[in-house]
Design a protein around this ligand. Sequence first.
Ligand code: HEM
Length: 440
Amino acid sequence: MNKKTHFSFLILGIISLKLGLFFGLLAGAQYMVPEFLKEIIPFSQMRELHVTMVISWIILTATGCIYYFISIDNKLAFPKLEKAHIIIFGLTGILILISILTNNMGGREYMTYNPLLFFPIIIGWLLFAINYYQTIIKKIVFGPVYLWMWMTGILFMIITYSEAHLWIFSFFKGDVIKDITVQWKSYGGIVGSWNMLIYGTAIYVMSKIKGDDRIAKGKIAFFFYFLGLTNLMFGWAHHTYIIPHKPWIRILAYGISMTEWIILGSMILNWRKSLNQKQKINSPAYKWLLSTDVWIFLNLVLALLISIPTINLFTHGTHITVAHSMGTTIGINSTILIAAIFYIVSKENKFSLNKYKKRLNIAFWLFHISLLVFWGSLLYSGYLKGIWDQMDMPKTSFSEFITDLKPVIHVLVSGGLFLFISIEFITNPLIKALINKSKK
Ligand code: HEM
């Protein structure tokens, strides 16, 4: 098996993460000093650079893991298409950066880059789909749940990513309700699709560490799959606050996404209980997956609270919503992906990370402590903004409010800085190991 291209996806994913964190820190610095870099890259562009790069980390890394995992037990159907896929995504990534930096944007809230870049991206996904289906087609029917999850994730990514660009047509663009509904429905679908790719990856890594595919074949695993599918299709309802649909639809959508977390969380806990001491010690991926469980729990509590309508009225549009999205993309998605990269690097060479053991252990704790500080200060900053918003007259002025908020923002950005440092410590040995392997 030629693994070079799979590793290239992972390397590109890690580079995107590093870039994304760098832009995130600069955006954080702009919170503290609004004039900072304002003339060169204003906050609106910096935020887009950050969000686009961290989402690229999620997509590229999940894709690299899937190519790698399916190539272990099968012969990849079209290795050349995989190469075309990475070249297209790599070049489009550069064009996206140029598009945002030059403010050549489509005017959406997310995926703001020039809408023409939709075409190379969708071609990349189609190549992935063809390669994936042709490779696993004979195994899928009685196959483990992760094969189903990856297949569904790829298929729905193509559908929902295309849907997210329907706004180009005047039929949608000309009608606010239609436009917002389709926009948020598709964004929810995109998140649901990448969750399918990532949760499938988590189940794959768990079953391989245990050396037993039963966790990926039982009733619970498939119930989890169907729940994820429902969430992917209907979970968007809890994002469309301004659309006049019935509250029960939103509550049901929230309920489904929370049940999904509860099942993933309990699958990780049961898996942990079923491992022997040797399996635990021999796998650096193990503790990252366990830490995912802690963040599932914290995000679950937050999601439960912000889904209560009166609380939601208070939190919507504040940093509490940002805590929800960053808490899940960092605490859940990124910890699973880091676990998967550790699993791959250790599988390739059991000893390659031995000399970094102490450093990786410190970085693990630094990551979680700084994320907790970062996340906690987002919540507190959101709480203060909510209070200010609801405050009876006479209100303190906005500038006074911002001055009062400054200490919280300092803690928030410091948390982000330490998070950045910890991720540098974690990803540098991993990227080195992947580059070394690519050269062989
Ligand atoms: C793996 C690491 C990270 C991931 C996956 C991530 C993800 C995200 C996502 C998805 C958003 C969009 C939030 C929304 O629209 O609700 C966001 C916004 C943001 N992130 Fe991050 N983030 C990461 C690390 C950081 C770090 C280290 C900083 C540094 C301070 C940072 C600063 C920001 C800022 C300033 C925003 C804009 C929030 C706003 O609109 O006011 N992020 N991030």
